[in-house]
Design a protein around this ligand. Structure first.
Ligand SMILES: O=C(O)CCC(=O)C(=O)O
Length: 378
C-alpha cells in the first residue's frame, strides 16, 4: 500500500518483479516484453526471456514482442496478478503477442501448488475402482457429506440442476452484458485455437465486450472456428453475479473463468488435473467425457503439471493413427442452461457449443483433488 503511494524508482520496479519471477512455476515464456509507464518513462524496463532464463533491463527495447503500457500506480496490481482485470478496465494497454501477455498473466497470478502436484496414477486408480458410468447423473445438490463421498472422492462426475438457479443469471444475459459492461476490453482466441490448444501459441484479438457480443449471433460457418472468449478471467464487474459452487471452499479455487462464444466453439479433448465445476449460464454445450483410467487409449501429451491434451478427436477419430482409441468408451451429455457439471480431476472432456453460450468454470487449484485425499489401496 505504502509503495503505491510513493513514486517508484527504476531499481524498485525491477526488484519487485524479480522477487515475483523467481517464485513462479511458469517457465515457458519466450520473447521480449516491454513495460512502459505512461507518465514516468524513467522507470520503463524490459524483460528478455528464453528457455527458462530471463534478464530484466532498464529502458526500452525497440524489437519487443509485447508492449504493456500502464500507470505506475497500477504496477503493484500487475505484480499482484491482476493483469486481466486491469486490462479489462482499459488501465493496462497491450500491443503485440497477446499469447505472451496471457502467459505473463498466468505467471504473475499467485503460485498455485504450494506443496503438492496432482498424481495422475492415483487419480486413475481411484476412478477405475468405481462402477463404469453409462451416463452422467442429474440431481439437486446433495449434502456436503454425500457430495464428497459419492462424487468428489469417488471421482464420479455429476450434473447439479439446482445450483446455478441461485445466481443472478439475468445480469449475465447478452443484453445486460452489452448494456452494462460493453466497454470492458476482452481478448478472444482466433484462428485455429483447437490446433494450438494447451500451448502458448494461441492467436488472440483485442476488442470491447460489445464488439465481441455482436459476433455471438453470427451463424457458424462450416469448418471455420468462431472467435472464442474461452478461459478468460471473469472481470471484477461480473463477479457479483456468480457464486462459487457450494462444494468448493472459495479460497481453494482460482479466479473463476468465463467461456463466452457463439455456436460452434470447440475445446478439444483434454483433462485438468484439478477438480472443476462448469456452470452453464446461457446456451447449450455438448460434452464427451472419458474417465481418467482411459488415458492409455487417448494418446495424451502434456507440457504442464495441471493439464493433459489428447491427440485423438473422439468425434472424428483417425483409427489408423490412433488404433487404441477403439477400446475407449466415452459418455456424452448436453449441458443445459442453469446446470453445473462437476468434473473430477483427471476426467477427459471435449466441449462444443451448440448455441451462443456462456459458461463459468471454477478450478480447485489450491487443494488436492478430493480423489487424492483417499487412502491409497494396498
Ligand atoms: O466450455 C468449454 O469450451 C471448455 C470448458 C473446459 O474445458 C473446462 O472447464 O475445463
Amino acid at each position: 500500500m505504502e509503495e503505491s503511494a510513493k513514486r517508484l524508482t527504476a531499481d524498485e520496479v525491477i526488484r519487485l518483479l524479480q522477487a515475483k519471477w523467481m517464485n513462479s512455476y511458469v517457465q515457458d515464456l519466450e520473447g521480449i516484453i516491454q513495460f512502459e509507464f505512461s507518465c514516468q518513462s524513467d522507470i520503463d524496463f524490459h524483460i528478455v526471456t528464453r528457455k527458462g532464463t530471463s534478464e530484466i533491463k532498464r529502458g526500452r527495447h525497440e524489437q519487443a514482442h509485447l508492449r504493456i503500457s500502464l500507470e505506475p500506480a497500477d504496477y503493484l496490481g500487475v505484480l499482484a496478478g491482476h493483469v486481466t482485470q486491469l486490462y479489462a478496465s482499459g488501465r493496462l494497454r497491450i500491443e503485440g503477442d497477446l499469447g505472451l501477455g496471457l502467459s505473463l498473466a498466468r505467471m504473475l497470478s499467485p503460485p498455485s501448488m504450494a506443496d503438492w502436484y496432482p498424481d495422475r496414477q492415483q487419480l486413475e486408480e481411484v476412478s477405475a475402482r468405481g462402477v463404469p458410468l453409462e451416463r452422467i447423473e442429474r440431481r439437486d445438490m446433495p449434502s456436503q457429506a454425500v457430495f464428497l463421498g459419492e462424487y468428489a472422492q469417488a471421482s464420479r462426475p455429476v450434473i447439479l440442476v439446482d445450483v446455478v438457479k441461485t445466481w443472478d443469471v439475468h445480469a449475465l444475459s447478452p443484453g445486460r452484458l452489452r448494456a452494462e459492461f460493453g466497454s470492458i476490453r476482452v481478448v478472444p482466441r482466433v484462428g485455429d485455437y483447437v490446433a494450438a490448444a494447451f500451448t502458448s501459441h494461441h492467436t488472440y484479438a483485442q476488442m470491447s465486450l460489445a464488439e465481441y457480443l455482436d459476433l455471438l449471433e453470427t451463424a457458424p460457418e462450416r469448418g471455420v472456428l468462431p472467435p472464442y472468449l474461452g478461459n478468460n478471467a471473469v472481470p471484477d464487474e461480473l463477479l457479483g453475479s456468480i457464486k462459487y459452487p457450494p462444494f468448493f471452499v472459495p479460497t481453494t479455487c482460482g479466479r473463476p473463468n468465463m467461456w463466452l462464444g457463439p455456436a460452434g466453439t470447440i475445446t478439444p479433448l483434454h483433462r485438468d488435473l484439478v477438480d472443476n465445476a462448469l456452470a452453464q449460464v446461457f446456451g447449450r454445450k455438448r460434452l464427451i467425457l472419458f474417465p481418467p483410467e482411459q488415458s492409455r487409449f487417448l494418446y495424451t501429451w502434456s507440457n504442464s503439471k495441471l493439464v493433459d491434451g489428447a491427440r485423438v478427436d473422439p468425434e472424428l477419430p483417425d483409427l489408423e493413427q490412433f488404433p487404441l482409441f477403439e477400446q475407449a468408451s466415452g459418455i456424452q451429455c448436453t449441458l443445459e442452461p442453469g446446470e453445473m457439471l462437476f468434473i473430477p480431476a483427471g476426467w477427459f472432456h471435449k466441449v462444443c457449443s451448440l448455441t451462443p453460450s456462456l459458461s463459468i468454470s471454477f478450478f480447485k487449484l489450491y487443494e488436492p483433488p478430493a480423489a487424492m485425499t483417499l487412502p491409497v489401496a494396498s
